[in-house]
Design a protein around this ligand. Sequence first.
Ligand SMILES: Nc1ncnc2c1ncn2[C@@H]1O[C@H](COP(=O)(O)OP(=O)(O)O)[C@@H](O)[C@H]1O
Ligand SMILES: [Mg+2]
Length: 268
Amino acid sequence: MMERPVVERRAAALIDHTTAIQAENVHAWFDRLHALRGITMTIPERKVTAVIGPSGCGKSTFLRCLNRMHELVPGARVSGAVLMDGRDIYTPGVDPVQVRRRVGMVFQKPNPFPTMTIYENVAAGLTLAGEGSRKTLDEIVEQSLRAAALWDEVKDRLRKPGTSLSGGQQQRLCIARALAVSPEVLLMDEPASALDPASTLRIEELARDLAKDITIVIVTHNMQQAARVSDFTAFLLDGELVEYGPTNDLFTKPRERRTEDYITGRFG
Ligand SMILES: Nc1ncnc2c1ncn2[C@@H]1O[C@H](COP(=O)(O)OP(=O)(O)O)[C@@H](O)[C@H]1O
Ligand SMILES: [Mg+2]
């Protein structure tokens, strides 16, 4: 049988999956700085999608457009659409707080709430949402810590401060905190870049594991990490999506010269 042309095969690889998020012609500005220039991209459900590209190309901005965090920056603006279940999260009347519950986020530097215990950190989102029942909280805290591969290390010290943990543990605590409100999508912005190699591998394993249940979008400047962890990879450059497809294709037979230059280390 004749092999299908690569472009068609890549499109098919995405179409075969259910869509978690569809970004359509997303532009973003910081005042007059035009940081994203029309990103259209389908993020498949329960897969790991990596976003790579040189520093300043718009990776973090793109993630923040997917859960309405970009607009929290004074002077920031977004246009285009970000569809979930066919509905644009930017439609007037959509509550950004609800969007951020459905689409959680973890950041480069672990940021547990400094005055809170491990338990309180994980429970924080639920407490805010008015979940009062102690039994439910206990259950969700345990579930979330288990899902974040941290339970065994902290189960006997849940009342200790979150900040008493190591960096890698703190990052898993932040992941547990994000998971506690049952997001459909978890955005991870260079989640391991502040961690040692062993902790980095644990976060990568965790990302793969979580993708059995939820959709993961992970920003990384580390191409080995993208190759190890993701099913699909998007390459951004100067606010544009240069190339997007199955990770293996993008790294072994990039379609664009600029992708090839980047992945072979010629710039960035
Ligand atoms: N809070 C901000 N205010 C103004 N400009 C910003 C802000 N954050 C990022 N930028 C600019 O937007 C562009 C994209 O940045 P960013 O999304 O952080 O890139 P990346 O995550 O790929 O390194 C860069 O030119 C950056 O300097
Ligand atoms: Mg960034």
